[in-house]
Design a protein around this ligand. Structure first.
Ligand SMILES: [Mg+2]
Length: 323
């Protein structure tokens, strides 16, 4: 089947800047994709990498594929493309497949049931106290995610941890994410501090993505979730039996991730990379499916971090027209 690929660049500011041990994200840039078949039907996708160099690679790959192509050619390329481009093209093809087979009925997900990502530029303790009060009233998620190893702030995170544990209600869960910023020694210290703490859900990517040996070893002491390592070494998606943070927008063809979640063998958590409404359709659908599965767990959709407006609409055409 002959296809035409149209693209539109987009950008938006996050509502607050996100500081991690790897740097600061305050703005997202990417591409919207519209793939049109010979009958004039459209499939929709989004290329939403977190780092700018991947976006450049995606644009080069799109030039290589050509703007007029075929379904078979795209399917053949998908596996070798950067994950974020494979996500965009895979989701466009899924829309076109859906016209004839109607396989996917996109589900919504109530973002209040997502884990709560603490702001990174103010004292986390203040935010936690506020959130505990709000969540009691609004019946929102009791899972809090704290990004630590923040290079911009001089918070004494060890002291803050003690204060958090002093006030965190028993029904709350805490996820701690150093984004690969800890040394083995530091990871050992935090692990010793937290290993008998029932409110700790997991520590996410404590060591740099390449330190596989260190990560496997820590996982024998405390629950560890992998994130960046799964992007660097996709084979770990099969080999790692602990929690896996999967960001569909970076992960590749979403039809494969959907199959994986339907099978329900992995402890998968769906997480956002801050998408427009076109990408969010998939993130929400995968999150809704995951939550109904065997290893049900609050997804990481970062409530309140993306602005509002037509760019975040559930209707792909409105998103396309909003740019
Ligand atoms: Mg993470």
């Amino acid at each position: 089947m002959k296809l035409i690929i149209n693209t539109k660049p987009y950008s938006f500011q996050l509502t607050k800047k996100l500081t991690t041990s790897q740097g600061v994200i305050s703005k997202k840039i990417g591409l919207l994709l519209q793939v049109i078949d010979s009958d004039g039907n459209s499939g929709w996708g989004e290329v939403s990498p977190v780092n700018g160099s991947e976006l450049t690679k995606c644009i080069e790959s799109l030039d290589l594929i050509g703007r007029t192509t075929t379904k078979d050619a795209i399917e053949n390329y998908l596996f070798d493309l950067p994950g974020s481009l494979a996500f965009g093209l895979g989701s466009s093809l899924a829309d076109l497949d859906n016209l004839y087979e109607n396989k996917i009925n996109f589900e919504r997900f109530d973002i209040l049931n997502s884990s709560y990502l603490l702001p990174t530029d103010i004292d986390p303790l203040e935010s936690i106290i506020k959130y505990i009060n709000i969540s009691n009233k609004e019946k929102s998620s009791c899972t809090i995610k704290w990004k630590v190893s923040n290079q911009e702030n001089n918070f004494n995170e060890e002291k803050i941890l003690q204060k958090i544990l002093n006030i965190l209600p028993v029904n709350f869960k805490l996820r701690i994410d150093p984004n690969g910023g800890w040394s083995r020694q530091k990871a050992e210290e935090w692990s010793n501090e937290l290993k008998n703490e029932p409110r700790l859900e997991w520590i996410e990517q404590p060591l740099e993505s390449k330190d596989i040996e260190g990560l496997f070893s820590l996982a024998t002491q405390i629950p560890i979730a992998l994130d960046e390592s799964l992007v660097t070494f996709p084979y770990l998606r099969k080999a790692w039996k602990g929690w896996q943070i999967r960001r569909p927008a970076l992960d590749g063809d979403p039809r494969l991730l959907l199959k994986e979640i339907d099978k329900g063998c992995n402890k998968t958590i769906i997480s956002t990379a801050f998408e427009t409404g076109i990408g969010s359709r998939w993130i929400n659908h995968l999150a809704a499916k995951q939550v109904k599965g065997k290893y049900s767990c609050a997804p990481g959709l970062a409530p309140g971090w993306c602005p509002k407006g037509s760019l975040f609409s559930n209707d792909p055409k409105s998103v396309w027209e909003a740019v």
